[in-house]
Design a protein around this ligand. Structure first.
Ligand SMILES: Nc1ncnc2c1ncn2[C@@H]1O[C@H](COP(=O)(O)OP(=O)(O)OP(=O)(O)O)[C@@H](O)[C@H]1O
Ligand SMILES: [Mg+2]
Length: 214
């Protein structure tokens, strides 16, 4: 089923296939792009009770962020400003964030393999033996540390494995919304010097331990 969101200008967004249904966003394919739709409402569980709360109200109270799509786009711009060209392919591009009838849609690059199939996340793919992949991961981590980019949610569900026709694979980051200590308000220690670098390196080592095929 294709859902058309009518937008007066310049063209409608056709939401085609659901890729994921998260707490704050539903992710769709759309005209060979990825569309991340901020859900109007989210669920908050307190004990055995569940409440529906407007997502923007909830994220503003919990993180001081009204629209995670806008926040993520600003994070992407910070990550990609001055990035070496050879690294660009490892961060999926966010083209724009559109507000339609007060709902937020982020439109970005769909990560696909050489054969046109949507790439798998590292979690779906499983262990990767290609050294090229891991060297590139390590270059990305060094880049983040050097530039002080506090991308905190580095995990196998947020990195795709893009496969080329020569068999090589590269990591492609797709989720930049958890950037900065404010996105983990309960983890107050992230505000102390050196803690973010420690966390980034620890996450990378964990990924290598779990997914680097020897
Ligand atoms: N650019 C992309 N290309 C292909 N698939 C994507 C892309 N972005 C996201 N996806 C798919 O959608 C899923 C969720 O994406 P993402 O992590 O950006 O959404 P999210 O709302 O932040 O979800 P969560 O809160 O679970 O992390 C990914 O695991 C992946 O399967
Ligand atoms: Mg994610």
């Amino acid at each position: 089923m294709v859902v058309t969101i009518y937008d007066p200008l310049p063209d409608p967004i056709n939401l085609e296939r659901v890729l994921s249904d998260g707490r704050f966003r539903q992710v769709w394919t759309s005209n060979e792009c990825v569309v991340k739709e901020l859900k109007p409402k989210t669920t908050k569980h307190i004990g055995s009770l569940s409440f529906y709360i407007p997502t923007s109200l909830y994220t503003r109270i919990a993180y001081g962020i009204r629209d995670f799509n806008e926040y993520e786009r600003a994070c992407y711009e910070r990550i990609s400003a001055g990035m070496p060209d050879d690294m660009r392919g490892s961060f999926s591009v966010i083209h724009e964030v559109r507000r339609i009838r007060n709902q937020s849609f982020s439109i970005g690059e769909l990560v696909v393999d050489y054969n046109g199939h949507i790439s798998k996340t590292l979690r779906q793919h499983g262990p990767v033996s290609d050294d090229y992949f891991w060297t590139r991961m390590s270059n990305i981590v060094e880049y983040m540390v050097r530039r002080g980019i506090p991308l905190l949610d580095i995990g196998a569900h947020n990195i795709m494995v893009k496969v080329f026709d020569d068999g090589h694979k590269i990591p492609v980051f797709i989720d930049y919304k958890k950037m900065g200590p404010q996105t983990y308000p309960a983890q107050f220690w992230l505000r102390f010097p050196g803690q973010i670098e420690r966390r980034i390196r620890r996450r990378f080592e964990k990924l290598k331990g779990e997914f680097k095929e020897r």
